[in-house]
Ligand binder design. Structure first.
Ligand code: PLP
Length: 422
């Protein structure tokens, strides 16, 4: 699909034709000291702030100022049910049914709560399979669950590794692991889109392979939510978790999402940790009596949630809802394809892209290996206004985000990189 062209005119023309072009203007784009907008390529780490976020948060601050505790019922968006205002839009973003989705806690916390329910080790089936380059927090969480249940945190982890000399993971290798050790594996927990390589896994295929061997299957979709079409319901996964501060632009440390498949919605036999927010809404405030579990993902909530953070999530999800994931992904594929096309002009002996080439196997991020580079390259990029992410030993991760990055951003990024590498 290489009807891409070189030159700035082409980039500007693509921006003019872009049906989502007006959305860039709905975000605060940070600027350098001269007042030039940064080329912001780290929406995969912390998404930019939608301009409307302030008004959404102020609404709740004002209601709190004017109503105090009455805001739980009387606020414009009554706080008691605030998380419900997010459920439908969030469910659309991740391809799930509303009963399967809740916004609560933070990402790693949700991962633990999900493992309380879906990691049920026995003497013979207790191992957890993760990808070898899993995000460190996920790895630590998994290891601590093993220790919590009295197992060895090295022996109990099964790694799905790339082949020697490769970065990407191969499904044949996963099949081999599952065929030979599947009956020892209690849980498969994979990052839906790998944070380092940008490889977007086939969630349905992994889930089916795992279920065939009797393993539970969950995904950390921190790098997938708002970036790719996750289709969580259709994947059949038992659970998924994700944060909202990366592609979902909801602010530093904002609350996380959680998916529990519909088939578990009414199960009472699953072990779980509970609090008053997992209890039946109608009788929650009677504050006595037997625990009566809420059905669906909501039944995993513990606490009454931070409304200010939820307001920021609502501001962002309202934008996603307006655009829709289909249009977003359509632009994303064009923009990242263009980025790849321009990078290739720099020559394969200078630059190697480790992210998969097929657009079905990646989101917007490209992970770029630059020959003989060290961190000084990243510093030089920062000096010229390119905000990217450096991973030792030699990888730059850049994520042109379709909601607010432009073809011109990508063009200028590659031009500046070319200048530095000369
Ligand atoms: C960003 C990210 C995290 C961060 O976890 P928090 O609990 O939000 O601090 C964890 N796992 C993955 C895969 C991530 O991409």
């Amino acid at each position: 699909m290489s009807d891409y062209k070189l030159g700035l005119d082409y980039a500007l023309d693509q921006d003019r034709k872009d049906e989502l072009k007006s959305y860039r203007n709905q975000f605060h784009i940070p600027k350098d000291k001269q007042g030039d907008a940064w080329i912001y390529m780290t929406g995969n780490s912390l998404g930019l702030q939608p301009k409307q976020t302030k008004a959404y948060v102020n609404q709740e601050l004002n209601d709190w100022a004017n109503l105090g505790v009455e805001g739980h019922f009387e606020a414009k968006n009554p706080w008691l049910a605030y998380h419900e205002f997010l459920t439908e839009s969030m469910a659309k973003v991740v391809g799930a049914k509303p009963i399967e989705v809740v916004v609560m806690n933070t990402l790693t916390a949700n991962l633990h709560f999900m493992m309380v329910s879906f990691y049920k080790p026995t003497k013979t089936r207790y191992k957890i399979l993760i990808e070898s380059d899993a995000f460190p927090s996920d790895k630590y969480a998994v290891e601590s669950q093993l220790r919590h249940h009295g197992f060895d945190d090295k022996e109990g982890v099964v790694l799905w590794k790339p082949r020697p000399g490769e970065e990407l993971l191969n499904y044949d290798d996963l099949e081999t692991i599952l065929e030979t050790q599947g009956d020892e594996i209690a849980l498969i927990m994979i990052g839906g889109v790998n944070y380092y390589t940008g490889q977007y896994f086939d969630l349905k295929r992994i889930t089916q392979l795992g279920h065939k061997q009797g393993c539970n299957v969950g995904f950390d979709c921190a790098h997938g939510a708002g970036n790719v079409a996750l289709n969580l319901h259709d994947s059949g996964a038992d659970f998924a978790v994700w944060c909202t501060y990366k592609y979902l632009n909801s602010g530093p440390g904002s609350l996380a999402g959680c998916f529990v498949h519909e088939r578990h919605a009414y199960r009472k036999d699953l072990n779980r940790f509970t609090g008053w927010w997992s209890h039946n809404k109608q009788t929650r405030f009677n504050m006595r009596g037997e625990f009566d579990q809420l059905p669906g993902a909501e039944g995993w909530q513990l606490s009454n949630p931070p409304i200010l953070s939820m307001a920021a999530i609502k501001a962002s999800l309202d934008l996603f809802n307006e655009v829709g994931m289909d249009k977003l992904i359509n632009k994303s594929k064009k923009l990242t394809g263009y980025f790849e096309y321009l990078l290739k002009q720099l020559g394969e002996d200078t630059i190697r892209i480790i992210t998969p080439k097929r657009s079905e196997e990646r989101g917007c991020q490209l992970s770029i290996q630059v020959k003989n580079a060290d961190k000084s390259l990243h510093n030089k990029l920062t000096e010229v206004g390119i905000i990217s992410d450096w991973r030792e030993p030699d990888v730059i991760r850049c994520a042109p985000v379709p909601l607010y990055n432009s073809f011109e951003d990508v063009y200028r990024l590659v031009e500046k990189l070319k200048g530095i590498l000369k």
